[in-house]
Design a protein around this ligand. Structure first.
Ligand code: NAP
Length: 468
């Protein structure tokens, strides 16, 4: 019986079933109502793949495996329970990095342990080590930037492209040497591997440091894709079909997400990777147009009176809503407005927050109906008919400079055009800038009212006003 479970037929059948579960799970993630079940379906597929692999291959002793499994489960469970929603993007960046280093280690172990690898296997090994190393170091830089341990601004230096090209050529030369083994470089196998790892790590750093400001979502999605490609490549190295499928799924979905993020920023991928955020504009801030107007604060009581009379309200959440965890109060306010006969919508910008889909996740957690969510291109054409736009801790994604100021680093990026609504409430704590570090003339527009304070507190007080 045990022999049947270890037969190629059974193992491959189980892998195919696991792959089907991954694909269905992924498909279900596209719909917020089925997303949780989708996660469960994919996790079941992963559990099946792991169990079958462990019984199929007696890789290392079960005692060692159990220790690793327990340690991994503790790290995973504590990360999932203790990491705050606002630090999820950093966690995602770190997990991408873990994926990268795992692939790098698999590739390295195969390279050192197996004496006679064929050239296709050696090609897969060098690719796995290279992409794994780039993903690892790139993800650590992204983590540092997102957690503000490192400066979030793009780091550009003279001759950057030349240095990058030299490193790329070196990486290519080392990769070819691993495959062909001409001996021209005079390096032992171990030194070849160490050099390839070193080059990959430097490449990851050099590819990530020039990216910063509002471009960060693109690199996060791209690193996610790299981690998938590295895993698929590791699958080829160890001849594991399910790893190839899982890695390809992550790689492909990461590339699609990267494209979506580039579109949201109205930038090409090469411009994001090599341009540097704001480097192409004549000014590094939005000061090339003199910002005119004055700040007009409003208190909650007055904001309530305007909202109470409004026929249409559009909420525009941003990173500040995640910081203050205001999503539940926002949903409550939305429901009260609807009961008052008001048409309520939630406009979501693809790069709002700090990770792709950040706002969708928060609003889904607060049970906001998915039907009420609209994209910028749906809401912008009707913006002039909206009575009140309530901007909740959003800043860069509602900056009118993206349309009006050619000198702005975000010029050309599609934004939610809240300044064209009849009235705009901006809920934030101060006049501070957002992630991109640029001024926002929205705050000084004639129709803007600043509701200063923590977003959750402001919204909760508005809810109380409605209830009383
Ligand atoms: P944002 O431009 O970063 O602005 C967030 C605003 O929230 C800040 O101006 C801050 O102002 C306010 N805020 C913070 N805590 C608050 C609180 N407790 N209550 C009320 N307001 C609070 O956010 P965004 O408009 O969502 O734009 C996202 C930015 O992050 C874009 O530049 C995007 O490119 C970048 N980014 C996105 C991702 C992604 O994948 N989505 C990843 C990395 C980077 P105060 O301090 O004055 O309160």
């Amino acid at each position: 019986m045990m022999l049947f479970f270890q037969s190629d037929f059974f193992v491959n059948l189980a892998y195919i079933f696991a792959s089907i579960l991954f694909i269905f799970g992924l498909r279900m993630l596209g719909n917020p109502e089925r997303a949780q079940r989708g996660n469960l379906v994919s996790s079941t597929g992963m559990l099946l793949a792991i169990v079958v692999t462990l019984f199929d291959q007696t890789i290392i002793s079960f005692q060692l495996l159990s220790i690793a499994l327990i340690a991994g489960a503790i790290v995973g469970a504590s990360a999932a329970s203790f990491v705050k929603m606002t630090t999820m993007p950093e966690l995602v960046a770190l997990f991408n990095g873990f994926g990268g280093i795992a692939s790098l280690l698999v590739g390295s172990a195969e390279f050192l342990n197996v004496s006679a690898l064929g050239s296709i296997a050696l090609f897969a090994v060098s690719l796995t080590v290279l992409i794994g190393g780039v993903t690892f170091s790139g993800s650590l830089i992204a983590f540092g930037k997102l957690s503000e341990i490192l400066n979030g601004k793009p780091f550009l230096f003279v001759g950057q492209r030349i240095v990058l090209s030299i490193i790329l050529i070196l990486a290519l030369a080392l990769g070819v040497e691993v495959i062909v083994n001409t001996g021209l470089l005079g390096l032992s196998n171990e030194m070849l591997l160490v050099s390839l790892i070193g080059i990959a790590v430097v490449l990851g750093i050099l590819l990530t440091v020039p990216i910063g400001g509002a471009d960060m979502p693109v690199i996060i999605a791209l690193l996610n894709s790299y981690s998938g490609i590295a895993a698929a490549s590791a699958g080829f190295v160890i001849n594991n079909n399910v790893l190839i499928v899982a890695g390809s799924l992550v790689g492909a979905s990461g590339i699609i997400l990267t494209q979506i993020m580039c579109k949201a920023m109205n930038r090409s991928l090469s411009n994001v990777l090599f341009g540097g955020f704001g480097a192409s504009s004549s000014s590094s801030s939005s000061t090339s147009i003199e910002i005119q107007g004055e700040v007009k604060p409003i208190n909650v009581a007055d904001a309530y009176l305007i909202l109470e009379a409004a026929n249409s309200v559009v909420f525009v959440p941003g990173y500040g809503m995640a910081v203050s965890q205001a999503q539940h109060s926002v949903r409550e306010l939305g429901e009260l407005l609807e009961e008052n006969g008001c048409d309520v919508k939630y406009a979501i910008h693809p790069v709002a927050g700090r990770m792709p889909g950040h706002m969708n996740v928060l609003l889904a957690e607060a049970n906001v109906s998915y039907d009420l969510l609209v994209e910028p291109e749906d809401v912008n054409p009707i913006m002039e008919t909206v009575d009140v736009c309530v901007v909740i801790g959003a800043n860069d994604v509602v900056n009118p400079d993206a349309r009006e100021n050619e000198g702005s680093p975000i010029y050309g990026m599609p934004v939610i055009e809240v300044d064209r609504a009849k009235t705009v409430f901006v809920l934030k704590r101060s006049m501070a800038s957002g992630f991109a570090g640029i001024d926002n003339p929205l705050f000084l527009k004639e129709n803007s009212r600043m509701l200063f304070g923590d977003a959750k507190e402001s919204i909760s007080t508005l809810v109380s006003e409605f209830k009383s």
